[in-house]
Design a protein around this ligand. Structure first.
Ligand code: SAM
Length: 276
């Protein structure tokens, strides 16, 4: 249960589930996604989301280019990009997600996508080994975004393109705090979703030049969103209480509303293309 009045911030949103070290976080990620791998493989939002269409549309299409998809999960972004480039490598920390990705890859008869287990903060590839890098719906699980971005710039060839999609929070701190707590209750491996302004700063610090940046808004059904992450009854109750007790302004800024008897919210995402 959330402590009344203790408005949580970022990575330390919920006592008892906040990982204390990188190893704890890696274990949490693997437990969370290991259990739910099949849900992600069949999730329509992950397989066909408008953010994926947008990212695929914005990224360069060239049959000579090699692409690395970081935190590939069950491979939806890797598959979407596969027909536009020469070769795709999908990397993820969670073996069960990669097993689902391999299964989907075989099912679709795709030959030039391969999967590797590894950590986004310590990429197991030589310097300048990819022309393109993508990372979709994952950096909010990472322990160290600056380190992740340094790894992206290291593995990219000079002038290579990095395409990012990730959930982002409103600039208003109370609205951001509400979304962070909601996310952390849904998925204990959630660390911190950056605001748009924080992403811009992080790109600048990493020497990545922003070529394109937009906000993608997707209205999502809250119960379905909790189902994908396998949220149990106790946490669902905590989430309903959180929303009931939150300030109406913070609730509204995150787009929570009831329609046809179902609670919905606005998933706000950054879609960005940067060049090294
Ligand atoms: C929501 S899923 C990604 C979805 C996928 N990118 C897509 O487009 O469908 C988040 C993934 O991030 C992975 N992940 C989290 N932390 C990671 C890390 N430090 N290194 C690599 N993968 C990580 C998880 O294992 C999980 O598969």
């Amino acid at each position: 249960m959330l402590e009344p009045g203790a408005a949580p911030r970022g990575a330390v949103a919920c006592k008892g589930v906040t990982p204390t070290s990188e190893q704890d976080l890696a274990r949490l990620v693997q437990r969370q996604f290991g259990r739910q791998a099949h849900n992600y493989a069949v999730s329509r939002s992950h397989a066909e989301g408008q953010d994926l269409l947008r990212l695929t549309e914005l990224m360069p299409h060239d049959p000579h280019l090699r692409l690395l998809d970081i935190a590939t999960g069950t491979g939806h972004t890797a598959f979407a990009m596969a027909s536009h480039v020469k070769e795709v490598v999908g990397l993820d920390l969670t073996q069960e997600m990669l097993d689902e990705a391999e299964r989907l890859c075989r099912l679709r008869g795709i030959q030039h996508v391969r999967f590797v287990r590894g950590d986004a903060m310590d990429l197991p590839f030589p310097t300048q080994s990819f022309d393109l890098v993508t990372c979709r719906r994952a950096p909010h699980h990472f322990s160290d975004i600056p380190r992740f971005l340094r790894q992206v710039t290291r593995v990219l060839v000079p002038g290579g393109i990095f395409g990012l999609v990730d959930q982002t929070t409103p600039e208003s701190q109370s609205a951001a705090d509400l979304m962070e707590t909601f996310e952390k209750l849904r998925d204990p491996s959630h660390v911190h979703a950056l605001k748009l302004s924080e992403w811009q700063q992080a790109f600048e610090d990493a020497g990545l030049h922003v070529r394109h940046l937009e906000l993608d808004m997707e209205e999502r059904d809250v119960a379905d969103y909790l189902d994908v992450a396998g949220v149990g009854e106790e946490r669902r109750q905590q989430i309903w209480r959180l929303l009931a007790q939150a300030s109406p302004a913070a609730v509204a800024m995150n787009g929570f509303l009831e329609r046809d008897g179902r609670l919905r919210f606005e998933r706000r995402r950054i879609v960005a293309l940067t060049a090294g």
